[in-house]
Design a protein around this ligand. Structure first.
Ligand code: ZN
Length: 330
């Protein structure tokens, strides 16, 4: 689909075909008045109203933080749905006009969005949101990436070539994400810098209070051994003090084999792993089977906001995951 659009765009650039059917004179006379009226309305609408920034975030939790910082001066929409796999978000044609009109795109980066964003940016014909431009707000820029491979290769289906991109699940990164978004919005609209800074501070105060509360709640989880389906819980496990002993996937993006699952059961039993982190976008069946084999408990978690009714906000998204894990161990 996207390849076709790229081809079509190239063709359109090459030639513009004039219409072989000129409109009759009478039509033009009738429409002239309407056109003038439209022009006046358009010009009138420019004067008193200050434009809001039109921002596209790749994920719902990034959209929420952008909304918090931008306040009344931004309109924000997310491309991915919370229940989707960030590595497999479809390249929906409806994304193209949204990106074409956007003043900025807020993204996870570290190639998390490789399945859809680069191709869409190529066809959206919006030079302001391309990598390196101020409208390209890559939130990974302030993050210290974990699991950075020594060998940059996709040879074996490697999905994390620049390090693990699933850092938004770790609440400690909330402030760094908000900082990057604040900088991006100020660059795009310096006239509202003080409003953005004020909104940002309000968000940080709320985030900080929530973080202190979570730190107390998670104390009993320290040292708990766990597995997840995909390698998307490394930052979060580091925050929680969990020890990850494996993944259901053979490697990021590579489905489990029967041999791998048999080995995983043995390892979980040997290590006394008590927690299976089952991300909402992956199969529940394998997680339940492993739970039966090992007596570990399953906690359903999400790697993006918006997956559950209580995860519409960034703070709600983090809180949902933490409460799900705490509840699984009761
Ligand atoms: Zn991944």
């Amino acid at each position: 689909m996207i390849k076709k659009l790229i081809e079509r765009n190239k063709k359109n650039k090459q030639k513009t075909v004039p219409s072989p059917y000129p409109l009759p004179t009478l039509y033009w006379e009738r429409t002239l008045g309407t056109l003038l009226l439209s022009a006046f309305i358009f010009l009138g609408s420019l004067a008193p109203v200050q434009a809001k920034l039109n921002i596209i975030a790749t994920t719902p939790e990034l959209a929420d933080i952008t909304r918090r910082v931008g306040g009344e001066w931004v309109v924000v929409e997310s491309l991915a749905k919370g229940t989707e796999d960030i590595h497999a978000v479809p390249q929906r044609p409806s994304f193209i006009p949204k990106l074409n009109r956007a003043d900025g795109v807020v993204l996870i980066g570290l190639e998390a969005e490789h399945a859809f964003l680069p191709a869409l940016l190529e066809v959206a014909q919006n030079p302001n949101i391309l990598p390196g431009k101020k409208g390209y707000i890559d939130c990974s820029q302030l993050i210290r990436a974990m699991d950075v491979p020594s060998n940059l290769s996709r040879a074996e289906g490697e999905l994390h070539p620049f390090g693990n991109p699933h850092y938004t699940v770790d609440p400690r990164n909330g402030a760094l994400i908000a900082q990057r978004i604040l900088r991006g919005l100020i660059e795009l609209d310096p006239t509202h810098q003080s409003a953005f800074e004020k909104n940002h501070q309000t968000f940080i105060n709320e985030w900080s209070a929530a973080l202190e509360n979570w730190k107390k709640q998670i104390l009993p989880l320290k040292g708990l051994k766990a597995i997840s389906y995909h390698a998307d819980m490394v930052y979060f496990a580091d925050f929680l003090g969990l020890e990850l002993v494996g993944t259901i996937e053979l490697k990021p993006g590579i489905a489990p084999t029967p041999t791998h699952l048999a080995e995983l059961v043995q390892r979980m039993k040997k290590e006394n792993a008590k927690l299976i982190l089952r991300e909402i976008q992956y199969s529940e069946k394998t997680a339940r089977w492993l739970a039966e084999q090992t007596k570990a408990r399953v906690a359903t978690v999400t790697t993006m906001g918006g997956a559950f009714p209580d995860t519409q906000t960034y703070i709600g998204f983090i809180d949902h995951n933490i409460q799900s894990i705490i509840n699984s161990q009761r």
